[in-house]
Design a protein around this ligand. Structure first.
Ligand SMILES: [Zn+2]
Length: 160
């Protein structure tokens, strides 16, 4: 958390979560979705729980960078919730992937494992697009839309 808030975008998200007066908990419980971690909204979309037993697994192969990416991703879902983001879940999920990867790359310079399935054209293209979007100086709406469209076939967690 301290790491994440040392990055500008991360500080914005953590600050908003803190200011919201809502309770966002990390819980030593397992994700029910097949993803390593899961953000479960609280009652009436207030606060929420991040099922994060994954972070404590002994002997797992997750690196600090991977864990940081996952934490940032799930916290971003909390941020989307307090901002009242509704609608397209694919959009919200892709935004979580972009945010998580962006934070992780800010903190761990050479961190760049393939996102999604590296053995399918859709997985490869999704990965390429995410990197392009993160490295672009300006927001490319068209590429972003294409990336959201690719997401269901990308083989990423949460894509089905
Ligand atoms: Zn997600």
């Amino acid at each position: 958390m301290t790491n994440i808030s040392s990055v500008d975008n991360g500080a914005t998200v953590i600050g908003a979560l803190s200011d919201s007066k809502e309770v966002f908990d990390f819980s030593n419980t397992t994700s029910t979705t097949g993803s390593p971690m899961e953000f479960e909204p609280g009652k009436k979309q207030k606060g929420g729980t991040i099922h994060a037993a994954y972070l404590l697994q002994e002997g797992g192969n997750a690196t600090e960078a991977t864990k940081t990416e996952g934490i940032a991703h799930e916290l971003f879902h909390g941020y989307q919730q307090i901002n009242g983001e509704k609608g397209n879940d694919l959009n919200k999920e892709v935004a979580g992937f972009l945010f998580g990867r962006g934070i992780a790359q800010s903190l761990f310079k050479d961190y760049n494992p393939t996102m999604g399935n590296p053995n399918t054209p859709e997985g490869q293209q999704f990965n390429t697009n995410v990197n392009t979007l993160l490295n672009n100086q300006t927001f490319d709406q068209k590429l972003h839309s294409e990336t959201v469209s690719l997401f269901p076939k990308s083989g990423n967690y949460g894509s089905k």
